[in-house]
Design a protein around this ligand. Structure first.
Ligand SMILES: CC(C)(COP(=O)(O)OP(=O)(O)OC[C@H]1O[C@@H](n2cnc3c(N)ncnc32)[C@H](O)[C@@H]1OP(=O)(O)O)[C@@H](O)C(=O)NCCC(=O)NCCS
Length: 151
């Protein structure tokens, strides 16, 4: 378990699925089965202290990692939990051999984009109308610093 001043970070297990489903209120939400698959086969980390306040799901194939999901409980947003989870996911990816980390976000999701940009992610591709009419997706990438560079 990693600690920060705001929350504790730990890897999720299948015993955490109920808590994750409480966070999972987005549209279109992931099902409990999707999350079980995530916990079983990828990297899922939780943030909270006592309760679960946030979750991040990451995958890694070869040297390419992806932030597949990041959700923070609306009641505790803007308290630094999202950035703790994202940093934790980036560190996990870097320490497991990732050379680049991708994620996809709605072009309208200005809060998430601000979070990603502040962590070194840059836009590399726009998918027009990806989520529906006038709802574009933007793919962001973070290049993992090489040896001698600062993470
Ligand atoms: C995106 C999300 C994970 C951010 O979590 P969070 O815990 O609120 O983020 P943090 O408190 O760590 O914010 C860190 C920084 O990101 C930026 N940021 C985060 N949310 C923001 C918002 N709504 N508006 C503007 N900037 C925002 C700010 O720069 C913030 O720093 P500051 O509070 O000192 O200004 C959260 O809003 C969320 O769960 N949203 C719904 C799910 C979602 O959209 N996930 C991303 C899909 S790709």
């Amino acid at each position: 378990m990693m600690e920060s001043s705001r929350c504790d970070l730990r890897r999720a297990t299948v015993a955490d699925l109920d808590a994750i489903m409480v966070l999972e209120t987005l549209s279109p939400p992931w099902s409990a089965d999707s999350w079980k698959d995530e916990v079983d086969h990828h990297f899922v980390a939780l943030a909270g202290r006592g309760e679960v306040h946030g979750v991040i799901a990451m995958s890694l194939v070869g040297s390419v990692a992806e932030v597949r999901r990041i959700i923070v409980d609306p009641s505790v947003r803007r308290t630094g939990i999202g950035q703790s989870l994202l940093s934790h996911g980036m560190e996990w990816a870097a320490s497991h051999g990732a050379q680049e980390v991708f994620l996809e976000v709605s072009a309208d999701n200005h809060g998430a984009i601000a979070l990603y940009a502040s962590h070194g992610f840059s836009p590399v591709m726009r998918r027009e109308n990806y989520y529906g009419t006038d709802d574009d997706a933007v793919v962001y990438r973070w290049l993992v610093p090489g040896e001698g560079q600062v993470l």
